[in-house]
Design a protein around this ligand. Structure first.
Ligand code: PMP
Length: 359
């Protein structure tokens, strides 16, 4: 069996060692004679597995006891609603920064619940840069400030953490665990798992505890962070298998040297690929150089008529899922933690060869 180089934006590549471990434990999890999938979430073995996963994530990200770590369902999209439902409070107003399709979706959803001020936007230049904080028009009475540090589709990543005097809320779906981060700068961080955490079906929310308990009475129990914080994310049946796999990914990350080591590798992978693209004259990426995503690298060919051939030949060479998002076209290579540097090298070799033959 040979594994493909998988550049999918999500669900994305998982570390091979994690998949192998899951395979070994599939039929008999630690001598129980059962699969993780077949056990009660109230079983001591599963509770211990879940607690270990949370502990490992706390270690990896340096999350203090001031924060609750929740493992929820509904993807990051459910968080687009849960954040305002839980945090708008009496102010009824929040500031959002619009840097692309995912921030736009978060804004649209939040508008169901309150007054949303778009404090800054980079739509004027097709979301190819992050607006400088000096240009943000924040409201005095906002309950929180929301932004998306890494736009998965546009491949735009903030090169700064905003300084605000309100709780800072971040959709980190496609950047979490890719490099070191000071969690204490944030009020709330959320991330769908299917990129750097694990398989689809579980969502991590890291929320400062003083922000719990602000939801109004009409907010359903399942949509209230406090419910989940009080119940160890086991108010109802959690996605135990996804949680287990996330736990294996956290252990794997620790073995690799944690986010410091991953950050080094990720920087190298991204530098190589962008460096090659910039030098080629055949491929291009439109994002401001200091704000290019380390995780999602969109690029176009100088002649879009070659797109089909590029994708077909890449696929035949074992380089999968390079097609850009359906809304923008072109190509996109997502190079998350589990995508090895050898995959980036293979991609660059292929791109160079394709250029030679078609450029
Ligand atoms: N935010 C970002 C930055 C994303 O990349 C995605 C998914 N690609 C989402 C939100 C939506 O996540 P989900 O599909 O888990 O709801």
């Amino acid at each position: 069996m040979s594994r493909a180089y998988n550049f999918c934006a999500g669900p994305a590549a998982l570390p091979e060692a994690v998949l192998q471990r899951a395979r070994e434990e599939m039929l008999d999890y630690r001598g129980t004679g059962m699969s993780v999938m077949e056990m009660s979430h109230r079983d001591d073995v599963i509770v211990a597995m879940a607690e270990q996963a949370e502990k490992d994530l706390r270690d990896l990200m340096g999350i203090s006891d001031d924060y609750a770590v929740l493992f929820l369902q509904g993807g990051a999209s459910a968080q687009f609603a849960m954040v305002p439902m839980n945090l708008l409070g009496d102010a009824g107003r929040a500031d959002y920064i619009n840097t692309g399709q995912w921030s736009s979706k978060a804004i649209k959803e939040a508008r169901r619940f309150g007054e949303i001020n778009v404090a800054a936007s980079s739509e004027d230049r097709n979301f190819t840069y992050a607006p400088a904080q000096s240009d943000w028009r924040l409201s005095d009475d906002a309950a929180y400030v929301h932004y998306c540090p890494n736009e998965t589709i546009g491949g735009l990543e903030f090169d700064f953490v905003p300084e605000v005097d309100k709780p800072l809320v971040a959709d980190m779906s496609s950047t979490i665990l890719s490099r070191p981060l000071d969690v204490s700068r944030f009020g709330l961080i959320y991330a769908g798992a299917q990129k750097n955490i694990g398989p689809a079906g579980i969502t991590v929310v890291i929320v400062r505890k003083d922000l719990l308990g602000r939801a109004g009475a009409s907010v359903p129990a399942m949509m209230n962070y406090q419910t989940h914080a009080e119940n160890g994310s086991m108010y109802n049946t959690p996605p135990t298998f996804a949680w287990y796999l996330a736990g294996l990914v956290f252990q794997w990350l620790k073995e690799q040297g944690g986010v410091d080591a991953m950050g080094e590798i990720n920087r190298r992978k991204a530098d190589k690929l962008y460096g090659f693209i910039d030098a080629s004259g055949f491929y291009s990426n439109p994002v401001a150089p200091t704000q290019r995503s380390w995780m999602n690298v969109p690029f176009i060919l100088s002649d879009s008529a070659l797109d089909k051939a590029f994708l077909a030949e890449a696929d035949a060479a074992g380089l999968r899922n390079l097609k850009g998002h359906r809304s923008v076209g072109g190509m996109r290579a997502s190079i998350y933690n589990a995508v090895p540097e050898t995959a980036v090298d293979a991609l660059i070799d292929f791109m160079a060869d394709f250029e030679k033959r078609n450029g």
